[in-house]
Write a protein that binds this ligand. Structure first.
Ligand code: 5AD
Ligand code: SF4
Length: 441
């Protein structure tokens, strides 16, 4: 009997990469590779990479060094690099790391089976052409049959916004939306495999369908997906504040299945910095969207992203970011030190904020947010939340799930409840999770 070949896959970065990695696993299964969590037994190592910040990119080269030594012991080991660093570096990556067998960009998953088979025959290959055609979403099988409780479904890819700091439009290409029929078809197949929750995924889901006049927009798409039987809960990410329409806001009031959570990155609380970032909204406009969302859906939870130390951010501008997080009361905030990325507009700006100052601002912001998060988590105590049970908790002796507002929750209960929405009375609000008791089953 042929021993199954083994794939070791590491994923860096955002949910789009996580979702692409699911597809990679399915594709590699198709040519005989089983996934392993142990790199030592791998015949094929694939790194799905991120270049959003310089630190993320450096980590990839660090990892490659590790696999280079492994390859010395095991010369047949195939090493492939995909994702955003691969897209950006292309051939250069092979020059810097000649032991790499294949480099596949963000639009080239459909070529991966061929590239790996070629590498088995000793061929090195690079594929980084953009494929600006909606067809690219469906050029290969999806992992619908894998089931699970909660899954991502890609609805659009790419970004046309060109925020001054951001490399995404350079490595993911222009915005392309997938047809609503294909999205609904995939969601229905997932529901048939037992999936209860889907997260519609795109770099900027709010501009879904913008390029095709008369086609469904994102609000229409949400309504279509909500009709799929078996899907109990819907989420989406990521949203650009400037593109949140009144029609989308109304969805939070009208679609019962739509979870009361929105990831709405502000990036800064200062108008001058937002302008430099080319974000297309002011602080007041951002806050207006937050207010309208809270009006439509009183319990809605906000999460966000913030960048500190963008060129031109002085102490007063940073203070405005500090004030914004107090005003919005984010349930959770992801905050980053600005990192100049090659080819972006902001990389040409003088980077005036000193490294130590950036670090100090990040620490102040994170300390303030930590308090907000804890206070919010404590505020849930005594109330009842709808929790989707995902499975056993990490300690194995309880169940893990998420509230509609996307708060991690642990509670006692039967593991057979995985995939079910249950009512949970919250008994404790900790820094990173809620604890509760299931009310009825
Ligand atoms: N430097 C720091 N943070 C960045 N992000 C995007 N580009 C950069 C950059 N050059 C952050 C933004 C974005 C999140 C995914 O990463 O906050 O929303
Ligand atoms: Fe990057 Fe801005 Fe596009 Fe988001 S909207 S991916 S931050 S360019």
């Amino acid at each position: 009997m042929n021993k199954a070949k083994k794939l070791y896959l590491e994923t860096f970065g955002c949910q789009m990469n996580v979702s692409d990695s699911e597809k990679i696993v399915t594709l590699m299964k198709g040519i005989g590779y089983q996934q392993t969590a142990d790199p030592v037994e791998a015949d094929l190592v694939l790194l799905n990479t991120c270049s959003i910040r310089a630190t993320a990119e450096q980590r990839v080269y660090g990892h490659l060094g590790k696999f280079k030594s492994m390859k010395k012991q095991k010369p047949g080991l195939i090493i492939g690099v995909g994702g955003c660093v691969a897209q950006q570096e292309g051939e250069r990556l092979l020059k810097k790391a000649p032991f790499v067998n294949l480099v596949f960009g963000t639009h080239n998953l459909h070529l991966l089976q061929k590239m790996v088979s070629g590498a088995e025959q000793g061929k090195q290959s690079v594929a980084t052409d953009f494929l600006d055609d909606e067809k690219r979403f469906d050029l290969f099988p999806h992992a619908e049959s894998e089931g699970g409780v909660s899954r991502f479904v890609t609805v659009m890819q790419g970004c046309d916004n060109f925020c001054a700091y951001c490399i995404v439009p350079h490595v993911r290409g222009r915005e392309i939306s997938r047809s609503a029929d294909k999205v609904v078809e995939e969601v229905a197949a997932l529901a048939a495999a037992g999936v209860t929750e889907v997260t519609l995924l795109g770099q900027n889901v709010n501009s879904y369908g913008f390029k095709e006049p008369g086609a469904p927009d994102f609000a229409d798409l949400l309504r279509l997906v909500a009709q799929v039987e078996g899907i109990e809960r819907l989420r989406f990410t990521t949203s650009h504040p400037k593109d949140i329409s009144p029609r989308l806001i109304a969805c939070f009031a009208e679609i019962g299945k739509l979870a009361p959570h929105i990831h709405l990155p502000a990036q800064s609380g200062s108008d001058a910095v937002l302008k430099g970032m080319n974000r297309g909204y002011t602080r007041a406009q951002y806050l207006e969207k937050v207010r309208a969302l809270r009006d439509a859906c009183p319990g809605i939870q906000f999460t966000g992203d913030m960048i500190v130390g963008f060129p031109g951010e002085d102490e007063a501008a940073f203070e405005q970011t500090m004030e914004l997080i107090e005003e919005v009361q984010y349930a959770d905030l992801f905050s980053f030190i600005y990192s100049a990325r090659p080819g972006t507009k902001a990389a040409e700006f003088p980077d005036e904020v000193k490294r130590a100052e950036k670090q100090a601002r990040l620490e102040r912001l994170q300390a303030a947010q930590k308090k907000i998060t804890l206070a919010r988590n404590e505020s849930f105590v005594g109330g009842v939340q709808q929790v989707l049970v995902e499975g056993p908790s990490s300690t194995g002796d309880a169940l893990f799930g998420r509230t509609g507002g996307n708060r991690a929750t642990v509670m006692d209960g039967d593991p057979a409840l995985a995939g079910r929405l249950v009512e949970v009375r919250i008994t404790e609000g900790l820094q990173t999770l809620l604890k509760g008791e299931i009310l009825d089953v």
